[in-house]
Design a protein. Structure first.
Length: 173
């Protein structure tokens, strides 16, 4: 990454904050997830799988907010990403496609990885779509297994991935 691009990314990240979701966020989150699926996943999945994803994924935060932790990334324009967490597993992770490559996903993922580590888990796990596999590999996740499961009238390939979290080293020097 060029120095100017890195500086711009740092400036954008300073304007982004990560916070827990609020009930008032749910409509915006649902639209963000729908838009992201349509712009990102359609190149990797057939229409029946996309239709299944559109019928389920946008509503997960609303339907599971009492059993999972959810966080949003917010910038000057509003909500630009969402991530969920259950135990040590990343759930419902979407970043507005207009914000891809700006560090939003990395900020959200780092936030939940810190929580996972603080809760005593040595690893972070995720079921990744085909579309997101490369992103997770850049974040040091490795594929543990592949899963092909029925998704509506189609078959959805996903990857179960894991990352060993680094423990903070005590400083005795």
């Amino acid at each position: 990454m060029t120095s100017k691009r890195a500086d711009k990314k740092q400036l954008q990240l300073k304007k982004v904050r990560v916070r827990p979701i609020k009930l008032a966020d749910l409509d915006k989150i649902e639209q963000l997830i729908k838009d992201t699926i349509l712009k990102t996943n359609t190149k990797d999945y057939v229409k029946p799988v996309i239709d299944f994803m559109l019928g389920v994924d946008p509503f997960r935060p609303r339907n599971t907010r009492h059993e999972r932790d959810y966080f949003v990334a917010v910038d000057d324009a509003g909500i630009c990403g969402i991530i969920g967490l259950k135990d040590n597993e990343v759930k419902t992770f979407f970043v507005d496609s207009a914000h891809h490559g700006k560090g939003i996903g990395t900020a959200l993922l780092a936030h939940v990885e810190k929580l996972i580590s603080a809760r005593g888990y040595p690893t972070s796990k995720v079921f990744s779509s085909v579309s997101a596999r490369g992103y997770y590999e850049k974040q040091e996740y490795g594929v543990i297994s592949e899963d092909s499961s029925k998704a509506g009238e189609g078959i959805m390939l996903r990857y179960y991935m894991e990352k060993t979290l680094r423990k903070k080293q005590d400083k005795y020097e």
